[in-house]
Design a protein around this ligand. Structure first.
Ligand SMILES: Cc1ncc(C[n+]2csc(CCOP(=O)(O)OP(=O)(O)O)c2C)c(N)n1
Ligand code: SF4
Length: 337
């Protein structure tokens, strides 16, 4: 269902007024070039210090909170693998109760972070429930396309053809043989006010999507592409380059869905071939030309589907009908004398 969403509370960030205070301090234990921690820093910078975070188990919890230390400068709750969205729902209910009582004046932002394993697989039910109940919170999926924290196991967000420790490529297998679950579309199907995809390579786009998401009255979801040099088999210095390539090849299109209306937020004028993206990562290096062509076909098909959604949810306003030219008054028949 299409509906109008009030984005009047959205405060746009420009390159000139980038927030500088990061809520995740340096000195954390992420690998070099980790896209997840980079994205998490951008999200929390855009949200600001009045924010409460619920963080599912995964790399981001492990690297930011080795007891007795923490990299977090804001209230942060480490929750189980499956229930980040449920805990965020509870925090939101508590915030509402405190505000009703006048015990809390300034409403904090509530953000749940989960990896793709946590979001697409084990925490999926809790997420769907929180969307359906309509809690005002932002859920961010940091998608590094596998269960990285426990040793690079495939998730339902692992792309077709990727080699992981539980979908290893070999003589009889191309690696992951199922297609990546489309989480942003599934989130949009819940009819929540705001859904977007984002990438740390396009930081202004990412941060403004966070600001929009936090300004709406209800649940919001941002799916962030998060390169993982360790799991993908590439140098840490290539993370942002790969994140850009994912967008330039249309492997990961950037778009948002506001009140059910789809819009591409970065249109790629001259897409690069998918092989440029595949050959830069060890997890895809075993793929043959035939398999790469199949992946290209899938990418093109997915983009076509997205473009159809954009067209279908933004119908052109019906053209005003031209007023009919007035018929010339019929000549009065000459009166017979
Ligand atoms: C119920 C349950 N099953 C399994 C685990 C073990 N476990 C902890 S983190 C993790 C992987 C996390 O993967 P993902 O959510 O993709 O986040 P990433 O580490 O990739 O950031 C697993 C399997 C657990 N903590 N709880
Ligand atoms: S394994 Fe990947 S996601 Fe985890 S900290 Fe290292 S680079 Fe980041």
């Amino acid at each position: 269902m299409l509906r109008d969403i009030d984005l009047s509370g959205f405060e746009k960030i420009t390159a000139k007024d980038l927030p500088t205070e990061c809520m995740v301090s340096s000195g954390h234990r992420a690998c070099q070039g980790c896209g997840e921690v980079l994205a998490m820093g951008m999200v929390t910078k855009a949200a600001g210090p009045n924010t409460i975070v619920a963080n599912a188990t995964g790399c981001m919890e492990i690297i930011s909170s080795p007891f007795p230390e923490t990299a977090w400068k804001i209230p942060w709750i480490h929750v189980a693998f499956e229930n980040a969205a449920a805990v965020a729902s509870g925090v939101e209910a508590a915030v509402k109760a405190l505000m009703r009582r006048g015990a809390l004046k300034d409403r904090p932002h509530i953000i749940a972070f989960g990896g793709d394993g946590s979001t697409a697989d084990i925490g999926f039910g809790a997420l769907s429930g929180a969307f359906e109940r309509g809690h005002k919170f932002l859920y961010v999926c940091l998608d590094n396309e596998a269960y990285m924290n426990t040793g690079i196991q495939r998730s339902s967000s692992t792309p077709y053809g990727a080699s992981t420790t539980t979908s290893p490529a070999g003589k009889k297998s191309i690696g992951q043989h199922t297609q990546k679950k489309n989480l942003p579309l599934i989130a949009a199907a819940h009819g929540i006010p705001y859904v977007a995809t984002a990438s740390p390579a396009f930081y202004l786009d990412l941060m403004n999507k966070v600001r929009k998401a936090l300004s709406v009255d209800g649940p919001s979801y941002i799916h962030i592409y998060a390169p993982c040099p360790t799991g993908w088999g590439m140098p840490g210095s290539k993370s942002i380059e790969i994140a850009k390539l994912a967008v330039q090849t249309n492997v990961f299109p950037l778009y948002e869905v506001v009140g059910g209306r789809f819009a591409l937020t970065k249109k790629v004028a001259k897409p690069q071939p998918v092989t440029d993206y595949l050959k830069a990562q060890r997890r895809f290096r075993h793929l043959s030309d035939k398999e790469a062509a199949f992946i290209q076909q899938t990418v093109d098909g997915n983009l076509d589907y997205l473009q159809r959604l954009v067209a279908a949810t933004n119908p052109e306003p019906a053209k005003a009908k031209k007023p009919k030219a007035k018929a010339a008054p019929a000549k009065k028949a000459a009166k017979k004398k």
